[in-house]
Design a binder for this molecule. Structure first.
Ligand SMILES: Cc1cc2nc3c(=O)[nH]c(=O)nc-3n(C[C@H](O)[C@H](O)[C@H](O)COP(=O)(O)OP(=O)(O)OC[C@H]3O[C@@H](n4cnc5c(N)ncnc54)[C@H](O)[C@@H]3O)c2cc1C
Length: 397
């Protein structure tokens, strides 16, 4: 939508082909229906939130960043507000207002919008491209922008067609994986529904630390989820077994402080059960189960806890292993990792280096970021740049 808008505003006769019966089906579900459309983080902080190929985005962000996004939507009559962590939302809290604003702007700029029009192939031809659609119609165009999204939440229309089009035209497309997604794991199902706040999640591959953050983790029927886990998923290796993921349940305390406190509590409560004393460390559900997770009887007397057992309790508090086996499916992931290799694309125009006139924008590219409005900003930045560049390409022909 943004690519079409900027292309038309720069004078190119523009047609948007959308397979769905309406525009912006994915936008509609973003930010739990409120659409976290961008983030106010400055350029450097923004790029730190991009987990794949941040440098590729520098040019696009320099031309159209979050300030431009907010300004654009204000111009289009959609006021925004800033919430925790610089997250920007429509004042109305309605994701549909984002699509409404873009639709109206596209119509005003003369974009011809064709709904229920699924593109089946894009083929280079003399003077441009032949675009064929499912209903048998076809279009000729001097330039094409492929902005078909990733392949997560396919029910919204992003079924990975853009990868196939790109591959057919000889571009390298990297394998796709679900990202910003929960992780499968067994062992903690009895704590299902429990949210752990202010815990530290870390992951290592070999000796390399790939992730370490403090935040919130949720235990689910399938394993683990919540903000920390979603973020970690965008840093995980292809094979989850290659990573060692651990949880520090007491990141605010040094190990010797934990030890001293454990000694104190166990000593003062020698005739009480271990699970009772654990409530001074954890929420009651976790406290009841924690001794078992350490291989101990929850009902044993504190006075009987040996030095070795105390050490085990302390270890499990600070380095609780989370043997995650795999990410949840593409159907549940917020973003796709992988896609059109950015080495194939000129970062200053979003045009394919091999195929003049062929442009890419958004999630179809191998760029992805953490949650917080960064992924949509990537779509706005690369989309506006692709739109402007495609119009310039046509003008200069
Ligand atoms: C549940 C959820 C919540 C999210 N929340 C946020 C959030 O709050 N903030 C944020 O920054 N990001 C969020 N994201 C990520 C964000 O939605 C995407 O990164 C963004 O929508 C990507 O934009 P895009 O234009 O590249 O692709 P999409 O928004 O997926 O749009 C691609 C469009 O292309 C159409 N299409 C695909 N193939 C064809 C074809 N062959 N022919 C014609 N049309 C086709 C699709 O129907 C679709 O309308 C969320 C994602 C999910 C799944």
């Amino acid at each position: 939508m943004i690519a079409a808008l900027f292309s038309a505003r720069d004078g190119a006769k523009t047609r948007l082909l959308e397979s769905n019966e309406k525009l912006g089906k994915k936008v509609y579900i973003t930010g739990k229906g409120r659409c976290n459309l961008t983030n106010t983080a400055d350029r450097e902080a923004f790029l730190q939130q991009v987990s794949r190929n941040p440098r590729f985005l520098m040019s696009a962000l320099a031309k159209f960043d979050s300030t431009n996004t907010v300004q654009l939507f204000h111009e289009l009559g959609m006021p925004t507000k800033v919430e925790r962590g610089g997250r920007v939302f429509p004042v109305s809290d309605k994701a549909s207002d984002v699509t409404k604003a873009l639709k109206k702007a596209m119509e005003d700029a003369g974009v011809q919008i064709a709904l229920n029009t699924k593109v089946t192939s894009v083929t280079p031809e003399e003077g441009g491209f032949l675009i064929e659609t499912e209903d048998g119609s076809f279009y000729h165009s001097a330039a094409v922008i492929i902005a078909t999204g990733g392949c997560t939440y396919p029910a919204t229309g992003s079924t990975g067609d853009g990868y196939r089009f790109a591959e057919k035209m000889g571009l390298r497309v990297l394998p796709q994986y679900p990202s910003l997604v929960g992780m499968n794991m067994t062992g903690l199902q009895r704590l299902q529904g429990l949210t752990l706040k202010n815990v530290r999640l870390s992951a290592k591959v070999g000796n390399k630390l790939i992730y370490r953050e403090i935040g919130e983790l949720l235990i689910t029927h399938f394993g683990i989820s919540g903000p920390l886990v979603l973020e970690l998923s965008s840093h995980m290796p292809e094979k989850y077994e290659d990573a060692r993921v651990v949880l520090n349940l007491k990141p605010g305390m040094q190990e010797d402080e934990i030890d001293a406190r454990l000694i104190r509590e166990l000593e003062a409560n020698r005739r009480k059960e271990l699970k009772t004393v654990m409530t001074s460390f954890f929420p009651s559900r976790l406290a009841g189960l924690f001794p078992e997770l350490c291989g101990l009887d929850p009902e044993m007397y504190c006075g009987n806890v040996t030095r070795e057992q105390r050490k085990e309790i302390r270890m499990k508090m600070t380095e609780f292993p989370l043997p995650v086996t795999s990410p949840r499916s593409m159907e549940e992931a917020i973003i796709t990792r992988g896609g059109v290799d950015v080495k194939e694309i000129s970062p200053g125009t979003m045009m394919s280096k091999k195929n003049p006139g062929l442009f890419f924008a958004g999630e179809v590219l191998d760029v992805d970021a953490h949650t917080g409005g960064f992924n949509l900003q990537i779509a706005w930045s690369t989309g506006s740049l692709a739109g402007k560049s495609a119009a310039a390409f046509i003008r200069n022909q």
